[in-house]
Design a protein around this ligand. Structure first.
Ligand code: HEM
Length: 453
């Protein structure tokens, strides 16, 4: 193939179909701050299923890819094959930079110097700091003995607030109750106990994230952003020993690693981890066999919640089914030559994770809940499944540095909740094992009735 031959380009009609079925519904859900009404609509209309089907049709019509879209201003391609997905992720940050224009526009609303939108030496320094703080390569974070008691205390308080015991205020576990508890865990893990009730911090971030949903289309609220970042810095300055942010304490604000701007990503991404934990609880409530395995693991645990492979695999499988980051974005820094043509420099690349995660042509169990696919000899494989293109935490040098920590905390939370309690999911038929699982699962509408085990 002549290096100058351009890649195949979708017709105007196929580009429009892609925008209507894939891009617009996904963006409408709110990439940075989910919009509950759109989530509900997406589940009701099974919009994600439609998106996957559209991607399959594009691949059948334009085999190979990556496929360029016919757009007036932006050069944009979509990735269609698992091997290309892995090539793009392995080739980050050069020539496939994670700092795409849309991401820069979005994240600048609340973390302008974050690793996700940094390049060159600054990216290297910021990534190194993230990996150090998050203990990226350890399945059990070195500060686990500070974090796990926090998870247990808040889980116990949550359980005590439901049911018919003293101090109970409701008999249903719903999203509001769950996320309130989860945000307390996050703030304590990140900054220490003193931040437990700092709702103002998370509320300010929520406001900025809503703006970030519009990327550069919405002007930045500089005053709110500066106030928010000042508050983050002041929390870093007083971070308790044993908290995640304590690592940042001695580092100057002027350091190229920009410690202050790395922390909002934790608040943001931990928040979305709560969504996955809540959905995982729903899956376990609707799948008796998996719930039995989870209970056996919890009962047999001798590691104090550090090593719960089945529950970790459950969370991973939940993220495969309903990815928190459905759109993994890159932008070429130079022209890139593929087998079937050349991609220009400054071309956006979209990896639409639900397509790879739910492609029944490649993955027979695409629409079923099967945590076993992540378990190899009882060890959870949190990396990507090369053969299928499963990338719940992405892959390559820019993959999620918080993946082990997420799995540690969410599995410990699920273990504590399920230890002495059973949860009945209202309307469990929406997740029935005898039917394909829905393309979207609206976490805001999940409600459980707990009862003693
Ligand atoms: C279920 C929860 C989470 C999921 C599914 C998830 C997934 C991801 C994905 C898909 C990326 C994009 C990687 C790419 O562009 O290739 C990412 C990036 C990142 N995540 Fe997570 N994440 C989660 C939670 C967390 C948490 C709790 C933290 C920190 C406490 C975290 C820290 C980061 C950071 C710092 C990056 C940027 C990495 C870079 O650009 O080098 N994530 N995550």
């Amino acid at each position: 193939m002549n290096a100058a031959t351009p890649l195949p380009t979708a017709s105007a009609r196929d580009t429009t179909a892609f925008l209507l079925d894939v891009l617009i519904p996904t963006a409408a859900k709110g990439p940075l701050m989910r919009r509950p009404r759109v989530e509900a609509l997406a589940e009701r209309l099974n919009l994600d299923r439609r998106a996957v089907t559209r991607m399959q049709k594009l691949e059948e019509k334009y085999p190979g890819g990556p496929l360029l879209l016919r757009l007036p201003i932006r050069k944009q391609a979509v990735v269609l094959l698992p091997e290309h997905l892995h090539a793009v992720l392995a080739g980050s940050p050069e020539p496939f930079s994670p700092a795409s224009s849309e991401k820069r526009g979005a994240l600048a609303h609340f973390q302008p110097r974050n690793v996700l939108i940094s390049t060159g030496g600054e990216r290297t320094a910021r990534r190194a700091l993230q990996e150090q703080a998050l203990d990226t390569n350890s399945p059990v974070h070195r500060l686990a003995s500070s974090f796990l008691p926090v998870v247990y205390e808040e889980a116990d308080a949550l359980l005590a607030s439901i049911g018919d015991g003293d101090g109970a205020t409701t008999d249903v576990l719903d999203w509001d109750l769950f996320i309130t508890s989860w945000l307390r865990i996050i703030r304590r893990v990140i900054f220490g106990d003193g931040a437990r009730d700092d709702n103002q911090l998370t509320d300010m971030l929520a406001r900025l994230r809503k703006d970030a949903n519009w990327s550069a289309l919405k002007p930045q609220r500089r005053k709110t952003r500066d106030e928010f970042l000042r508050r983050v810095q002041s929390r870093i300055n007083t971070a308790a020993p044993g908290s995640l942010a304590s690592v940042m304490r001695g580092i100057s604000e002027q350091d190229p690693a920009a410690p202050r701007d790395q922390v909002p990503q934790w608040l943001f991404a931990f928040d979305t981890s709560g969504t996955s934990a809540f959905r995982a609880l729903a899956l376990l409530s609707a799948h008796d066999e998996a719930a039995k395995k989870a209970r056996e693991e919890i009962d047999a645990d001798t590691t104090g919640g550090r090593n719960l492979p089945f529950l970790r695999a459950t969370v991973l499988e939940t993220v495969r089914l309903w990815p928190n980051t459905p759109m993994i974005l890159r932008q070429t820094t130079t022209e890139v030559t593929w087998d079937n043509g050349t991609m220009p420099a400054k071309c956006g690349l979209l990896i639409f994770a639900p397509y790879f995660h739910r492609d029944g042509r490649r993955l027979p169990q695409a629409d079923t809940f099967d945590p076993g696919i992540w378990l190899q000899d009882d060890v959870v494989d949190v990396g990507a499944r090369e053969d299928w293109g499963l990338v719940p935490f992405s892959a390559g040098p820019a993959s999620c540095p918080g993946r082990h920590l997420v799995l540690l905390l969410t599995s410990a939370l699920l273990a504590r909740l399920l230890q002495d309690t059973s949860f009945t999911l209202e309307g469990a038929s929406r997740l029935s094992p005898s039917r394909p699982l829905p393309g979207s699962l609206d976490n805001f509408s999940l409600r459980f009735s707990p009862r003693p085990r």
